[in-house]
Write a protein that binds this ligand. Structure first.
Ligand SMILES: [Mg+2]
Length: 373
């Protein structure tokens, strides 16, 4: 697996940027950004990004910014971060002035040339830049990766280069951990072509297109209520009927959930029973991601179709999902309105998934007395 890099801006991102002269050269100007230390520690612990600090320090080493006023606070910052396990793998500093920029000055990429040239070992397209200025977003664009913009004011045309516009470090941290741990499933058969990505902890990403409109409506409940991102496109043989599309999406979704819990051990495992009401209906779902597929399904549907979704595929969807996620799924629903009944089930399933596949940062071991899942 190629190494992914997290290019981290310094001033305005890790530490506050003094608004008067943008220079951290005195103790009274030195202050960490709120949340930076704890979030960087979590990102270090829960991702495999290499940490690369990339910073412009205008005129460092000249009379306007002597070296001996820079290094004490740079070293203080590094030592503080190292004390909680956050060590930088590389530190890149450009010293040129904005008025006379060198190719190494961000958003130029000359400082990162060694990573750009070594395509065998580094994956720039899967790397990220985090920073508080538009130049950081342009740097991401120039490197061919996404940016995590930590701030409010960003021109609209740059938003497409962002993974997220984060209001604070907590939002940024969740997006970065989720991006690192994305689960990708591709399924290509004569019946369907599926491209599915599941982003744990990042509900901002939600796109579903299967060609079956009511099915899309149901599947969209999962990221909306499950606190994870879902990008799912399925091109199926709808000219035959809806069967293969619904079945194969269930398989792919189940495989994604299985990949997630198999690889990432610090998850909750259980979705405790959710009783979810929608008008006349009550839906109940419970889940165990324990490796033993099982489905209890107690809900009756009488309409041949709900919208363009055939009711006979409801059981088949959940059975295929449970088999492939290797999970125990217990589903019950009562009520009159069949749209409400099925939507209630999907919403309750989403709530279960939120518990079961969320990272539980309080867990120190695998949630099993056997020691394995
Ligand atoms: Mg900055």
């Amino acid at each position: 697996m190629k190494t992914r890099l997290l290019f981290i801006d310094r001033d305005g991102t890790i530490i506050e940027e003094p608004p008067i002269d943008y220079q951290v050269d005195k103790l009274e100007k030195f202050r960490f950004k709120d949340g930076a230390i704890i979030s960087l520690e979590k990102i270090r612990r829960y991702t495999n990004f290499k940490f690369v600090m990339a910073t412009n320090q205008d005129g460092l080493g000249t009379d306007s910014f002597p070296e001996d006023t820079f290094w004490p606070y740079q070293n203080l910052m590094l030592q503080t971060l190292e004390s909680v396990g956050v060590k930088f793998d590389d530190i890149l500093i450009d010293r040129s002035f904005e008025s006379d920029p060198l190719p190494t000055r961000k958003p130029g990429v000359a400082m990162m040339q060694k990573y750009l040239e070594d395509k065998d070992n580094f994956s720039l397209e899967e790397s990220l830049v985090i920073g508080d200025r538009e130049t950081d977003v342009i740097l991401a664009k120039n490197l061919g990766c996404k940016a995590v913009f930590l701030g409010e004011n960003l021109s609209e045309d740059l938003e497409k280069y962002c993974l997220i516009k984060a209001k604070n470090w907590t939002e940024a941290e969740r997006a970065i951990i989720s991006y690192n741990n994305v689960i990708k499933i591709k399924r290509d058969t004569k019946e369907t072509k599926i491209d599915l990505k599941l982003y744990p902890g990042n509900p901002e990403i939600k796109r579903v297109d299967t060609g079956v409109k009511f099915f899309d409506h149901m599947l969209l409940q999962l990221p909306v209520h499950g606190c994870f991102g879902l990008d799912l496109v399925c091109k199926g043989d709808l000219e035959v009927d809806e069967h293969h599309t619904i079945e194969d999406v269930a398989i792919a979704l189940g495989q994604a959930v299985y990949e997630l819990w198999r690889e990432r051990k610090l998850i909750g495992r259980y979705g405790f029973e959710f009783n979810l009401t929608m008008d006349d209906c009550l839906a109940s779902v419970a889940m165990d991601l324990g490796g033993r597929p099982w489905l209890i399904f107690e809900a009756d549907f009488f309409r041949e179709k709900i919208g363009d979704f055939p009711s006979e595929m409801i059981y088949h969807f959940f059975k295929s999902f449970a088999d492939n996620a290797k999970c125990n799924l217990n589903i019950k629903a009562t009520g009159q309105n069949e749209h409400h009944k099925l939507e209630g089930i999907f919403k309750a399933l989403a709530k279960c998934l939120k518990q079961a596949i969320s990272y539980d940062f309080t867990l120190q071991t695998i949630p099993s007395s056997k020691g394995v899942l």
